[in-house]
Design a protein around this ligand. Structure first.
Ligand SMILES: [Cu+2]
Length: 494
């Protein structure tokens, strides 16, 4: 729903009806209302002398209209209800119905105008991260412009001489932690060599959302939902490539942590940063790239190893969903400690000194259950009545999950440290059907039980399998014709 709404809104430019399809290299205005949309970042256009378009799985592309020689985009800062994982619908803030916001793609040298409307209940400002533009276009609230008031608008306009992987984001710190960022790709005048056959962008974000809440706590520093393009594994959409193709993946990070992004089965080189293309003399092979806060990294490799290869942040806690401290030992008790108030749940100080013995270790860390104040020992006593049967575990979502028995040895309870992953990942967490989509076709049954957080696949496919999945995609999109969506179309923003 979110994608469709955003799609339609992008496609029709909020009632303007003049928005062109986001054809990357259009020099003139497209005819209005063209149906040749590139939904969900599925652009794969290519011509001999131009760069290929970037796909942003699970995130829409932002279309534009030409006004003379100016490419005009329209961004709306607004609250967004978004399903980041099956059944996990959260209240984020983003742009045009999506968090992260839609991907903007331009060509080096373009003159662009970006109309930013603020539909948030508070002031915002839009910063163009790394752009060499006049200071009055920089979006620094208070210094380069007044903040954009609720209901207000600011029109940014500049000529872009740079190329590379850039991004836009709110320059209000807490709003950044609500999701307010989007990719801004500047294609070089001449395509880089060697040419890439596939080009993807992934935005790394993290949220602290208590199990019984829908709103991220933007002040918390312990994150339990880690996302690629607004989805947590296994809800992320795999990157599909043909065996032998050269692949570029652009990673963008805006959060509170640095993320070491690791690719299985291949070596890549870092060809770009948030400052643009890096000279080839700096390219050394690796398979993990640390993407720091406010940075972007382009990696490139030849997909010469067939298979479904994991691409993920390698911080262990960033490979899990709904992650709470000491999740394993917690299951030994009769359920999860309930009734913690928000402040303690988020580790915020309620009384006493921050550095006191009982507050110090907890302050600002943990979802509460693992703090020293709540749980003095790391592994609670073994109890016969402990919730070892998955069916008895409280609060667990059963519907649509495969819920196979976890593989657990008979004497598991007597092993210090157990359980660690037995109830966090594995066959009982599988939900292949709930995340079914063409891009997942042919994955090994039960695969979804082992995917969490910042995790997706690079699927290096033989040509016939690649083509088959593309055909499935077309069929799926074809089964939802545009005119059937029309009745729900929202010309006017709510
Ligand atoms: Cu990470």
């Amino acid at each position: 729903m979110k994608n469709r709404r955003a799609f339609l809104r992008n496609a029709f430019g909020l009632g303007a009806g003049l928005a062109a399809a986001p054809r990357l290299f259009a020099d003139a205005q497209e005819t209005g209302g063209s149906m040749a949309m590139e939904h969900r970042g599925r652009a794969t256009q290519r011509s001999s002398s131009r760069d290929i378009s970037v796909e942003t799985p699970d995130v829409p592309q932002l279309s534009w209209r030409m006004d003379g020689n100016v490419k005009e985009f329209h961004l709306i800062a607004e609250p967004v209800r978004q399903e980041i994982f099956p059944g996990r619908i959260v209240d984020l803030w983003g742009y045009n119905g999506s968090a992260p916001g839609p991907t903007i793609q331009v060509n080096q040298g373009d003159r662009v105008r970006i109309i930013v409307d603020n539909h948030l209940p508070e002031a915002t400002s839009m910063h163009w991260h790394g752009f060499e533009v006049p200071v009055e276009m920089d979006g620094a609230p208070g210094s380069s412009q007044d903040p954009i008031a609720p209901g207000g608008r600011f029109v940014y306009e500049f000529t872009l001489h740079q190329e590379g992987t850039y991004f836009y984001h709110s320059h209000m710190a807490m709003q950044e932690m609500m999701g307010m960022i989007g990719a801004f790709i500047m294609h070089p005048k001449e395509p880089h060599k060697p040419r890439a056959d596939k080009d993807f962008a992934i935005i790394l974000q993290e949220y602290a959302i208590l199990p019984n809440a829908t709103v991220p706590n933007s002040m918390n520093m312990e994150f339990n939902w880690l996302t690629f393009n607004g989805k947590a594994g296994s809800a992320t959409t795999p990157l599909l490539v043909r065996h032998g193709e050269r692949v570029r993946i652009r990673l963008i990070n805006l959060g509170m942590d640095h993320h070491p992004i690791h690719l299985h089965g291949h070596q890549f080189v870092v060809t770009g940063t948030e400052g643009g293309r890096q000279p080839e003399s700096t390219w050394g092979p690796g398979n993990t790239v640390l993407v720091g806060v406010a940075q972007s990294r382009d990696v490139e490799f030849v997909a010469n190893n067939p298979g479904d290869w994991m691409l993920h942040c390698h911080l262990p806690h960033h490979m899990m969903n709904q992650m709470s401290s000491n999740a394993g030992p917690m299951t030994r008790r009769v359920g999860m400690p309930a009734g913690l108030d928000m402040e303690r749940g988020m580790g915020m100080l309620r009384q006493g000194s921050a550095m006191s013995e009982e507050n110090g270790p907890s302050l600002g860390r943990g979802m509460g259950v693992g703090s020293t104040f709540e749980q003095r020992i790391s592994n609670s006593p073994l109890k016969a009545e402990s919730s070892m049967q998955p069916q008895n575990m409280p609060g667990r979502q059963h519907q649509g999950m495969q819920m196979n028995e976890p593989a657990v040895s008979k004497d598991a309870n007597s092993v210090p440290g157990f359980p660690q992953d037995a109830f966090m990942e594995g066959s009982m967490m599988a939900m292949d059907q709930m995340v079914d989509k063409p891009e997942n076709f042919g994955l090994r049954p039960g695969w979804s039980g082992f995917m969490g957080g910042m995790m997706t696949f690079v699927r290096v496919l033989p040509p016939d399998k690649f083509d088959h999945i593309m055909e499935l995609r077309r069929k799926q999109e074809g089964s939802k014709p545009m005119n059937m969506d029309m009745p729900e179309m929202e010309h006017k923003h709510e």
